[in-house]
Design a protein around this ligand. Sequence first.
Ligand code: DAH
Length: 349
Amino acid sequence: MENKKIEEVKELLKEDLKEINDLKVLNDLRVKYLGKTGIITELNSEIKNVANEDKKEFGMKVNELRTIFNDYYEETKNKIEDSILNEKLSKEKIDISLPATKIPSGAPSILEKLIEEVEEVFMSMGYDVVDGPEIEEDKYNFEMLNIPKGHPARDAQDTFYIEGEEILLRSQTSPVQVRTMLEGKGEAPVRIICPGKTYRRDDDDATHSHQFMQIEGLVVDKNISMSDLKGTLDVLFKKLFGEDTETRFHPSYYQFTEPSVEVDISCHKCHGKGCPMCKNSGWITVVGAGIVHPNVLRMSGYDPDVWTGFAFGFGADRLAMLKYDIDSCRVLYNTDLRESKVFDRKEKE
Ligand code: DAH
């Protein structure tokens, strides 16, 4: 009786275990045979009705059926999964013969590049690069730089006032000198440069803009002299414009330095012979500088009998224009990549 049932199930299996391509159908089949009330599961529970001496053989036969099903199940499942994966992969195939998508490449802004070059020169000499606010107080922008209210020098820096006479857009980076010295509390030596934006109501011709970049420098220590200033700027301009670049000082006037100078560099274009860039003089004025005025040191807490210093300030825009031979400062703020790339290429040539 039981043997007959086994034969029946065997026949059924032969019919059922054919080619299947669907995981769901396969799973249903598994439930049909091996589920809680599955055919093989139920057959197995018949063992209790089998005579004792036949139990062993019956059990073996049921196990055989289970193995037949399980082998079939594993094999089919792997086949279906493989074919799903292959189909997916074939859809994702990358055609490497297709032309690549062009990603536009940028080029560094020449103004940024110039500032970074200057920063590197000064950092190599042990300077810190510091920052200051662009919205500034009158006291830092003018007063503590020895330019009291009503001083005619204020007129030269057509300032944007924001609130009354006290809050303004800094017209120079020099207020950072004051801020740095106040932090030094009249004790520590100072060696900084500060690149940053400055603002003036200059008429908008091709060489001036209401916003421009300055780079300020300040050294306060013991026994600082004019020759330290000269040596420092000489290193800078040789690096920026070539080893044969010369620097020279001529007297000038700033309220926050005494003595004050303007610094000329020999024209890198004509090497001193005279050309339109240097207005035929062979020299180009690029920096305002001097020995820090005792009043400025005193107001910021440094005793001028103990400390001396030099300071300088120059326009980064102007320097970039000279270096890249540009006659309009608008080019520096142009976002047209084609232009930046031309300068980048020229530089690498
Ligand atoms: N602040 C000056 C200007 O904007 C530039 C300058 C001159 C800065 C002399 C200095 C300096 O630190 O010592 O015209």
